[in-house]
Design a protein around this ligand. Structure first.
Ligand code: C5P
Length: 248
């Protein structure tokens, strides 16, 4: 694990025009973008292609939660986006190196159970192997950071994280409040993705279990997912730089 977590900016917008505007500002300092249910529903795989064409990585956060067979098929489709991207990218032939693997991490929901999570990882490995790319990381959503603080949330997160690890997942999505416990329990290689990040004094919005970038770093998160504090800021680049200076 690196000492500092990596920043992922959540592209929680609807159109590729908005994505372009944000990326034109943020690309100098941001390398990973999250494509989640809002953008994917509105703009589809084109959103993934758009990010890839700008040479950036995609965290595909569609939180799959269905029967094992359906989740396995959805994961395979997500992995195959990498091939579709290479073939559809007009400037691909001119590149000196092959296209980078753009979908490098994706989510399933731990509530789907062990069998579903196992099917997801197996499908990711099989599809990645078939097209000759590295298997994307598969991480499990534990408890949404918009859920309120309840006494047993950390027990629930730990229980779901253990299930995820046993099923072969690479890590989990969890709030900063649980990341220290998860890091201590599962060791340095376990991937911990932490949303609900708010710079000190920032507006919480609908997020309940929030933390500052510095707290998430201290607690051992591997990736910080930040949406509104950057995307809705008057100056997104300045907001991203502020967060990066807190974590680096
Ligand atoms: O705007 P904000 O910074 O609150 O965005 C957080 C992002 O992280 C959203 O895109 C949301 O879907 C995502 N997320 C979350 N809690 C989870 C998993 C993902 O807030 N447990």
């Amino acid at each position: 694990m690196k000492n500092s977590p990596s920043l992922i900016v959540a592209l929680d917008v609807n159109t590729l025009a908005e994505v372009r505007e944000l990326m034109e500002r943020l690309d100098p300092v941001v390398d990973i973008y999250k494509v989640g249910s809002q953008l994917f529903t509105a703009s589809g795989p084109a959103a993934v292609r758009f990010v890839e064409a700008r040479g950036k990585k995609v965290f595909l956060d569609l939180k799959f939660h269905d029967i094992p067979n359906t989740v396995a098929s959805a994961v395979s489709s997500a992995v195959s986006l990498n091939v579709a991207i290479e073939r559809s990218s007009t400037d691909y032939k001119d590149r000196k190196k092959p296209a980078q693997q753009s979908v490098f991490m994706m989510t399933v929901h731990t509530c789907g159970g062990a069998e579903m999570m196992k099917a997801a990882v197996e499908a990711a490995a099989k599809s990645a192997d078939a097209i000759g790319v590295a298997r994307p990381l598969v991480v499990g959503v534990t408890v949404l950071t918009s859920d309120s603080k309840e006494a047993n949330i950390s027990d629930l997160v730990l229980e779901r994280a253990k299930l995820a690890k046993a099923a072969g997942l690479d890590g989990v999505v969890a709030s900063c409040h649980e990341s220290k416990m998860l890091r201590d329990t599962f060791g340095k290689d376990f991937v911990i993705v932490t949303p609900g990040i708010r710079p000190a004094g920032g507006d919480a919005g609908d997020q309940k279990r929030i933390a500052t970038p510095a707290e998430a770093k201290k607690n051992g998160s591997s990736f910080l997912v930040v949406g509104r504090p950057i995307v809705a800021a008057k100056d997104p680049l300045a907001a991203a730089k502020g967060i990066l200076s807190e974590i680096n």
